[in-house]
Design a protein around this ligand. Sequence first.
Ligand code: PAN
Ligand code: ZN
Length: 184
Amino acid sequence: VIYQPPYMNWASGALRGAPLICKTTHLGDLPSVFANDIAWRQSDPRQPVYRVEMFESPSGEGYLYTGVTHLHPGLIGDEYFMTRGHFHARREQGEIYFGLCGEGLLLLQDEQGKARLEQVSTGSVHIIPGFTAHRLINTGSGVLSALAVWPSLAGHDYAALAQGFALRVVEQGGQVQAKEVQNG
Ligand code: PAN
Ligand code: ZN
């Protein structure tokens, strides 16, 4: 007997063949995430920024979650659309991201506040070590989709980065520009 596993369309990140959990995050869900608060307030709070689809999975020691993030293109002021970003609640737990389609950046930041960027594109593999916060940024004109696999017990800690990351990625004269945040 051969069991038919669930599958993913590698070009689009669409998941099929097993129950999914889906969550859409809208602009209105992201207060104080973007630097330009006036531009954020003037934006449509119902506009979707990203959707996460993951396979339903048991959780607990040893179980892994598999999910795809679809991040829309867009700007708030001059800052590209991005995910909220987080440390794992269990800080030592890592994660792997795989670029599927679109163009963007993965912003990584350690507990000392040192940030770095990795280019995300089709086929890119991103090994996120433990103790490292992570955020996806869409610098392209289409949807940025990335597959993620992480330990179910990692959990999310959003509060630790409530003051923001040490780098902001903006569009300046049609170019992608990373800016260090002074008060970060
Ligand atoms: C991803 C993220 C997903 C959404 O599945 O949760 O990209 O980003 P935020 O959780 O920061 O809103 C992941 O890193 N899981 O651990
Ligand atoms: Zn994570």
